[in-house]
Design a protein around this ligand. Structure first.
Ligand SMILES: Nc1ncnc2c1ncn2[C@@H]1O[C@H](COP(=O)(O)OP(=O)(O)O)[C@@H](O)[C@H]1O
Ligand SMILES: [Mg+2]
Length: 305
């Protein structure tokens, strides 16, 4: 007898990709489609189903300024490589002339400055954040609409063959890279006709090599509030991770809370067991100390006061 076929669910993602997806959603607000597309490529990469000899995934992010296009690239690097520094960020507007392009690929031997240049796109630079677990790197072509012809050719070469030839003829392998373009100003004009605008702006040989084009949405009030929460959390964490800031905060706590509290206790205004309420008086621009309401003080209870 033939065994009955089991129905499979091809929309279910593996735990690693699920983790990436949920971490990204915590870092990037309101751009779930972008997160989804990145998760899809990640899943394909883990399954080994990406096209061989090409970068792992090529994304074009369009949309208004300040909606998270650059942020999401850093966020993916934070999640997969544990550091936002794993992103090589190329501000396209800054690479107009050949000497600027040389900062990316180095200059040919014999040229002035050949030895001093550490090309941004060399294999060493790209590998430096690789770990045992994650050997993927990230290349962000930021504000891609400002790219010069020379930079376009370089980018198209990477997307096509996943290799780049440096000034001294060494080759860099981009088959384990995730290039992303962030088209800022073009994007401003884009609403629901995002793709059409992209077609008008970018050459077809580029768009044909892009795996996913995602239009980022403007953020609403609530989403902006979420972004603010995330940013404040980052600041908070940074304060507590930095030894200097830590000492500063502890000193401030001592000055603003511990000293006044010891005065209050020494003058019998509060006692062990009292509930002390500390508030900020914005008119006086200082902290105010109030007793209770709360548990009656231990001493008051003991003496029957
Ligand atoms: N969707 C978002 N989720 C979380 N933070 C965001 C988002 N959009 C913007 N931000 C915050 O604003 C900053 C600027 O956003 P960025 O990603 O550089 O915008 P752009 O879309 O112009 O590239 C980010 O560093 C981040 O702090
Ligand atoms: Mg940007």
């Amino acid at each position: 007898m033939m065994r009955p076929k089991t129905k499979l669910d091809p929309t279910k993602t593996g735990t690693e990709t699920e983790q990436l997806e949920s971490s990204l959603k915590k870092l990037v607000v309101g751009q779930d489609e972008a997160v989804q597309q990145i998760a899809d490529i990640h899943q394909m990469h883990l399954a080994g189903l990406n096209a061989p000899g090409r970068p792992i995934g090529t994304f074009l992010f369009l949309g208004p300024t300040g909606t998270g296009k650059t942020r999401i690239v850093q966020a993916v690097a934070e999640c997969l490589a544990q550091t936002p520094r794993a992103v090589v960020k190329i501000d396209c507007g800054e690479f107009q002339h050949s000497h600027e392009i040389a900062k990316l690929v180095g200059s040919p031997p014999g040229y002035l400055g050949h030895r001093e240049t550490h090309p941004m796109l060399s294999q060493e630079m790209r590998n430096q954040h690789h770990s045992e677990k994650c050997k993927v790197s990230f290349v962000l072509f930021d504000e891609i609409e400002k790219a010069s012809d020379a930079l376009w050719n370089l980018l198209l070469g990477i997307l096509d063959k996943a290799t780049l030839t440096l000034g001294d003829n060494r080759k860099v392998d981009f088959s384990r890279a995730i290039p992303g373009g962030d088209g800022e100003n073009t994007a401003r004009k884009i609403s629901n006709s995002g793709l059409e605008a992209a077609r008008r702006k970018f050459p077809p040989e580029f768009l044909n090599r892009v795996d996913k084009i995602v239009v980022f949405h403007p953020l609403g009030q609530n989403q902006l509030r979420n972004v603010l929460d995330i940013e404040l959390n980052v600041v908070q964490r940074r304060v507590f991770e930095s030894a200097g800031a830590n000492a500063f905060v502890l000193q401030a706590i001592e000055r603003l809370l511990v000293h006044p509290m010891s005065n209050l206790m020494a003058t019998d205004q509060i006692h062990g067991g009292d509930t002390l309420c500390v508030d900020f008086d914005s008119c006086e621009n200082q902290l105010v100390f109030l007793k209770g309401p709360g548990e009656p003080s231990a001493r008051a209870a003991a003496t029957g006061n």
